[in-house]
Design a protein around this ligand. Structure first.
Ligand code: IPE
Ligand code: IPE
Ligand code: MG
Length: 229
């Protein structure tokens, strides 16, 4: 059997927290809490299987349309997650990155994100990129404006890639979306141009090592041609 070549970069659309809670007769926020609880193990298993970069969709630019109470709860969960996780990022030599507009987030969460980014900036082998207040269209618009402001009259694909939040990361090879939805929902559209798209009915709080291995097996079976034959 040929050797397993892991994806360099996996993007997770962590969907289905609300439905997971509803199935149990609990409030949606309970699902968000359970969803946050599985992140650490999933990220560890990705890195253990040789994946260099993991991107997680935690809050989209469209998610502001949810009730304020739910939005505040999601930010609170992220705050708790980072508080606990910072030590582990450093111990495991994982470089932490954020994709998204931090300026619009609550001050404390923004400061914590910036702290985790600077505390891990020496690491180069493993990456964790969390997409918060992220949308592809907003990211591309911001990148174009930055390129215009830099005085460029014409840009290359490399210029655009370098102006995105993910400038340090390879393109996404594999997108994993849980909960049965089959769409990208404004997730890294430039970076996913040639990604394999894996959809599973499993709801995010139930996603585990076994489910990740299934997705990686499926990825290994794909023929990647990039337009060739
Ligand atoms: C994904 O779960 C988490 C976020 C969007 C923050 P959802 O909250 O979208 O869960 P469903 O899709 O309603 O089940
Ligand atoms: C996508 O999930 C965003 C995140 C997982 C953070 P949504 O639940 O917001 O996506 P739609 O609305 O079903 O497309
Ligand atoms: Mg959803």
């Amino acid at each position: 059997m040929s050797e397993f070549i892991p994806p360099k970069h996996i993007g997770f659309i962590m969907d289905g927290n609300g439905r997971w809670a509803k199935l149990r007769g609990r409030p949606r926020n309970y699902g968000h809490k359970k969803g946050a609880d599985v992140i650490e193990a999933v990220v560890k298993h990705c890195h253990d299987r040789g994946v260099k970069a993991v991107s997680l969709y935690a809050f989209s630019t469209e998610n502001w349309s949810r009730p304020k109470e739910e939005v505040d709860f999601i930010f609170d969960i992220l705050r708790r997650f980072l508080k606990k996780y910072k030590k582990k990022l450093i111990a495991n030599e994982i470089r932490f990155l954020i994709s998204g507009n931090l300026a619009e987030l609550p001050e404390e969460l923004r400061a914590q994100c910036e702290d985790c980014i600077s505390a891990t900036e020496v690491f180069t082998e493993k990456f964790l990129n969390i997409a918060i207040n992220y949308g592809s269209r907003s990211e591309l618009t911001r990148a174009v404006n930055a390129l215009i402001a830099s005085g460029k009259k014409e840009v290359t694909e490399a210029d655009v890639s370098a102006a995105l939040y993910t400038s340090l990361l390879p393109d996404i090879d594999l997108v994993i979306r849980t909960s049965g939805e089959q769409r990208l929902s404004n997730f890294f559209m430039w970076q996913c141009a040639y990604a394999e798209l894996y959809f599973t009915d499993v709801l995010w709080p139930d996603f585990d090592d076994k489910e990740l291995d299934k997705a990686l097996d499926w990825f290994a079976s794909r023929g990647r041609r990039y337009g060739g034959i």
